[in-house]
Design a protein around this ligand. Structure first.
Ligand code: ADP
Ligand code: MG
Length: 251
């Protein structure tokens, strides 16, 4: 089993010294759908931004990120993209003056086999209705997220990090998202799917639970969901002492 991504002892502090990632260790195996599950504020987006090298997140405070054998620390987002690593941000991008067709063609420029119309259909959008639309405010947040997924399908990266792609998107069912992820995986893209919804973890090959800046556990998705329901959901709502216990255990 080849490790496509290795995150080692990753720490991240803001400029003001706030510790957001305390010590993250994570392996993503080539060919898997790996879900990171965790409550709001756990540090999931910060981890996603550090993996992708988003602006301001190119260099962690401590630790190392290795992708396909190459250390990513310090590399800008476009260099990571060139290596085959793509991110769909929690807030989908808008591009004034660019049509869906132009956007998808740009995404497909290094993948001559890509079929733009086919990618749109796979995310549930009718090509004739969308190709000439602009990737701006005239599209709903859910439509932009679908278009972003289509763009990733056109690109066919080695690894796609999808940050809360399920929130705000009007998926008909969990099966629809699951099938979409499986299609992407079968076409050769390893997926790191970030979510705070436990049912999304059901479609994973492996899952990791993230809490308060740490990956608490990685393993079978069903076990991770159970732990999330028992400890994480409980802690933030009515069980602060269990939360404290997990925190102490991981310090
Ligand atoms: P998640 O995606 O799991 O909801 P985030 O990574 O977005 O979590 O945020 C984790 C915590 O760090 C939150 O408490 C958030 O408010 C805080 N945070 C994130 N970015 C910054 C920043 N640039 N400055 C200060 N606090 C931040
Ligand atoms: Mg987030």
């Amino acid at each position: 089993m080849k490790k496509l991504l290795e995150v080692k002892n990753l720490k991240f502090k803001t400029e003001k010294g706030k510790e957001i990632l305390k010590n993250v260790n994570l392996d993503v195996i080539k060919g898997e759908i790996h879900v990171i599950l965790g409550p709001n504020g756990a540090g999931k987006s910060t981890l996603a931004n550090l993996i992708a090298g988003a602006s301001g997140y190119e260099e962690p405070t401590e630790g190392e990120i290795i992708f396909d054998g190459i250390t990513l620390n310090g590399k800008p987002i476009y260099e990571r993209a060139r290596l085959g690593l793509t991110i769909a941000f929690q807030e989908p991008a808008k591009f004034e003056g660019i049509t869906v067709e132009e956007y998808l063609k740009l995404s497909a420029r290094n993948n001559p086999q890509a079929n733009i119309e086919d990618c749109l259909k796979k995310v549930g959008l009718e090509p004739c209705e969308y190709l000439n639309r602009y990737v701006d405010e005239s599209l709903s947040g859910g439509e932009r997220k679908r278009i972003e997924l289509a763009s990733i399908m056109c690109m066919k990266p080695k690894l796609a990090v999808l940050d809360e792609i399920d929130s705000g998107i009007d998926f008909v069912s969990i099966d629809e998202i699951g099938n979409l992820f499986k299609t992407m995986r079968n076409e050769g893209t390893t997926l790191l799917v970030i979510t705070h919804r436990e049912n999304i973890a059901n479609i994973a090959d492996r899952a990791s639970l993230m809490c308060d800046g740490i990956i608490v556990e990685t393993g079978d998705p069903r076990q991770i969901i159970k732990k999330f329901e028992k400890e994480c959901l409980a802690c933030s709502v009515q069980n602060p002492e269990i939360y404290q216990e997990i925190k102490l255990k991981n310090q």
